[in-house]
Design a protein around this ligand. Structure first.
Ligand SMILES: [Zn+2]
Length: 372
């Protein structure tokens, strides 16, 4: 069903086009041209301007012949991590690699070409379907900025599939944690460390005292936390007056997430009180949780579509956050699908051609499930 030569050529063509967060213009223009040629209606929102990028999110619509069936959306991101410029892909034994000096950008060009190939198959095979939406986001790798600034009113979908997951095709990821970030400033009292250290209160010591009272790392099966950076002090002869810590907490359970955030905040406050200093604490939500169950329509359609290809669905949660979290937060039931890419965000990234092909087949199969 899939034209293997065509999807591989398109993958090679698109990874050759440079792209980076906020700098997706060239790739977006190439995609727009392809989408229009395939007969889709193509829109670009204003998210690019909102985040200082040169490109907005691209939304493409393929109206279906079938009405009264769910509208499904498929999504992938157009940006890449570094080193992601000047990619020179090559194929060895049915697997596509970079030349080892850059990433391959299967994350997320594989998802993009799987969508495009699926659209071609629907037309070539005259497969009846409902309305389909394709979403190509910007700046996913830079804090999910494209999804966060997406004009939600442009999507009508009942279920969305993000072609952006690790694992072989057949991997279905309906759950991902929410994340909150905590920034803490400890305000100590400076003093000369040699002449009158007793007049100072070390911000570093206060922070250390707080940390030794904290549960950190893996809190439970669905909750993790980390103090990622600690910066402070000026010189060995000054009792440090300032230290800034950046922490994150993740959980698939929002109540557990808040409990861990509160635990950390109160330990910082308690340590400050013990030493008679103050702390400034800022808590920000990075993204909400993704928490669909196996009974949700979006997950059910993915399971049935996977089985229809003779594959065994593997349903797993992820510990990472992605565009899908943001869309779930905006009220669109979303699932991440494994697209066969491996070792992403590294120069060893690769994708087997067989997986590239299977991902396109899965997109078609999900469209067919929605049409039932
Ligand atoms: Zn990705």
């Amino acid at each position: 069903m899939v034209n293997q030569e065509r999807i591989v050529q398109e993958f090679l063509e698109l990874v050759h086009i440079d792209s980076a967060p906020g700098r997706e213009r060239q790739l977006a223009d190439a995609l727009k041209q392809k989408l229009v040629a395939l007969g889709l209606e193509v829109l670009e929102d204003n998210a690019g301007a909102a985040i200082g990028g040169d490109t907005g999110n691209i939304i493409a619509r393929l109206p279906g012949q079938l009405k009264h069936v769910p509208t499904v959306a498929f999504a992938a991101h157009m940006d890449r991590v570094t080193p992601g410029l000047g990619i020179k892909p090559h194929i060895k034994d049915g697997v596509i690699y970079s030349d080892g000096t850059t990433i391959l950008a299967a994350d997320d060009v594989a998802g993009i070409v799987q969508m495009l190939e699926a659209v071609r198959i629907l037309a070539e095979q005259h497969i009846p379907h409902g309305d389909i939406e394709l979403l190509f986001t910007i700046s996913e790798e830079a804090g999910l900025q494209g999804a966060k600034n997406l004009d939600r009113s442009l999507l009508k979908a009942d279920a969305a599939y993000f072609l952006d997951g690790g694992g072989n095709v057949g991997t279905i990821i309906p759950q991902a944690p929410a994340q909150k970030k905590i920034t803490v400033n400890v305000n100590g009292v400076p003093a000369h460390a040699g002449i009158e250290p007793e007049k100072g209160i070390s911000a570093i010591v206060v922070a250390a005292d707080a940390i030794t009272h904290m549960k950190l790392g893996r809190i439970d099966e669905e909750t993790t936390c980390n103090i990622g950076t600690i910066k402070g002090g000026q010189a060995t002869n000054i009792v440090p007056a300032q230290v800034t810590l950046q922490c994150e907490v993740r959980s698939r359970n929002e109540a557990k997430l808040d409990a861990q955030v509160n635990h950390m905040v109160s330990e910082f406050q308690a340590a400050a009180q013990r030493f008679g200093v103050t702390v400034d604490i800022k808590v920000e939500e990075s993204y909400p949780a993704m928490n669909l169950s196996e009974n949700d329509l979006a997950v059910q359609m993915a399971i049935e579509a996977t089985k229809s290809l003779g594959l065994t669905p593997v349903i797993v949660p992820t510990g990472g956050g992605s565009d899908a979290n943001i869309l779930v937060g905006k009220g669109l039931p979303s699932v991440i699908l494994g697209i066969g890419m491996e070792k992403v965000h590294s120069t060893e990234e690769f994708i087997p051609i067989q997986q590239l092909v299977a991902g396109a087949q899965l997109v078609v199969a999900i469209v067919q499930q929605a049409a039932k």
